[in-house]
Design a protein around this ligand. Structure first.
Ligand code: G3I
Length: 441
């Protein structure tokens, strides 16, 4: 199994064997075998320096001739996740259902480890009071999209450090921000979020290397395939190398599949490079960092349906070609209705796991323009419970920390209130919904 995923799972394997002995041992063994089998091929398998080998995408369209691959990325270094510490007492005190009125003790920001966090080896005796303590009970990560501009706001920083053990930069690692002009890189925004995370024992997922949106004009204006391909490979190589050892995962390619689920999105990458650009992007990322989890991230493919099937077949094809992909990100921008249904999402997580792929719920928010906070809480609960029960789900990220900074504000309605904390950083009923899901309640 991929080193990063393995260090998350260590405690869980033992636990799952105990829990599942009676239940679906066969299924679990298949899952573990699939994960182990695949990784052997991935880590150290595929060439480093990318060739223009693209094109032999799953749609079979012929590709350019490949450049020689570099030395394979050696097996990944085991990034210390520090999640096991709270393990011992896990099952014992998950009993007490968390009600919406429990105030997380903001004061514990500084020594995040004392009462809540499982990251620093302190076993947490009492019922968890924070998301990160509850998530640690199931060896999942709980995170949010963070904005570097807000880290200087005390309440924002305190809430994030106390409640979360995982961060995704909302915009700071995107191409338009990190390489505004060709060859000129600015990692200051991403560096600030990584520094904050490291100071508060949080892990980071890089977001995102190749995406049709938030591209700098110099990329959008390219018309020559070789120029675009070289620019893409250089961008990936420079950014992944810069953050090597500082992030546990990368959203390598984001939202490449058409909403219809019939083919790839029509964007500059698919137009100029064909389907093979996706394989090449993953190979380039692996060459730049042999140990990081590589993720394909998308929306509208969380449950069942044409787009979900397309993504499934796409990643299955990548695995069959030995492309170093480790996980799929299910964005989950949703509403309070059970759509996509929690059942369909669980089934999708399961079929991806049977391919040996991890999953992340990567950008969850539940907008409630016309609904209520309890319906929102139930929706968060059910999807987080899917992750808590899915053998290879690594964690849940909510797309923002406080309602007041949500990207949805003013989009579908003035105040969609889609997140776990309100404008004053007070936990909403949804906070309890997520806590209880991690506690199996
Ligand atoms: O940086 C400029 C700033 O200089 C300018 O003053 C300001 C006013 O217009 O705009 C700022 O850029 C904004 C950028 O966020 C940074 O805040 C863009 O206008 C705005 O469009 C951009 O929105 C981001 C959006 O992606 C862009 O598509 C959202 O914050 C971000 O939450 C959202 O995130 C995406 C994920 O990356 C991928 N999945 C979907 C998700 C929601 O769209």
């Amino acid at each position: 199994m991929h080193p990063v995923a393995h260090s998350l799972f260590k405690g869980r394997h033992a636990r799952l064997r105990r829990v599942r002995a009676a239940g679906t041992l066969a299924g679990f063994v298949i899952l573990s075998a699939a994960a182990c089998r695949r990784d052997g091929a991935t880590v150290g398998g595929t060439g480093g320096a990318p060739g223009f080998a693209g094109g032999s995408g799953f749609d079979g369209s012929p590709g350019g001739s490949g450049g020689a691959g570099g030395a394979g990325g050696a097996g990944g270094a085991d990034v210390e996740m520090g999640i096991d510490a709270g393990d011992a007492g896990a099952d014992a005190d998950a009993g007490s259902k968390v009600d919406a009125n429990t105030q997380p003790d903001a004061g514990s920001k500084v020594d995040a480890g004392s009462t809540t966090d499982a990251g620093n080896g302190l076993v947490d005796a009492g019922p968890p009071t924070t998301l990160r303590a509850a998530a640690a009970r199931t060896h999942r990560l709980i995170g949010a999209a963070l904005g570097a501009a807000h880290l200087s706001e005390a309440a924002y920083a305190a809430t994030a450090a106390t409640e979360l053990d995982f961060a995704t930069p909302e915009n700071e690692m995107k191409w338009e921000t990190t390489e505004p002009a060709q060859g000129s890189f600015d990692f200051s925004g991403g560096d600030a979020i990584v520094a904050f995370a490291q100071a508060n024992d949080m892990k980071v997922k890089g977001h995102t290397l190749v995406w049709h949106s938030q591209l700098p004009d110099w990329v959008s204006n390219l018309t020559n395939a070789t120029d675009l391909h070289d620019a893409m490979i250089n961008h990936i190589t420079q950014e992944v190398s810069h953050y090597r050892g500082q992030v546990i995962a990368w959203d390598v390619v984001n939202e490449a599949v058409a909403d219809s689920g019939v083919g790839l999105r029509d964007d500059i990458f698919s137009e100029l490079l064909g389907a093979g650009y996706i394989d090449d992007a993953f190979k380039a990322a692996r060459a730049a960092d042999p140990a990081v989890l590589l993720v394909y991230n998308d929306y509208g493919a969380e449950g069942s349906g044409a787009k979900s099937d397309y993504v499934y077949n796409m990643v299955k094809g990548m695995l069959s070609r030995g492309v170093p992909i480790n996980a799929v990100g299910l964005q989950m921008h949703t509403g309070p209705a059970d759509s996509p249904s929690a059942t369909a999402v669980a089934a999708n997580m399961q079929r991806l796991a049977l391919l040996g792929l991890n999953v992340f719920v990567s950008e969850m928010d539940v907008q409630i323009c016309t609904s209520d906070l309890n319906a929102q809480s139930a929706r968060f609960h059910d999807i987080v419970a899917d992750c808590a029960q899915a053998p290879l789900c690594l964690g849940v990220t909510v797309w923002g920390l406080t309602d007041k900074y949500s990207w949805l504000n003013g989009m579908t309605c003035a105040t969609p209130q889609p997140l776990l904390f309100d404008d004053n950083y007070l936990p909403k009923p949804a906070h309890a919904g997520v806590m209880n899901a991690f506690l199996g309640l």
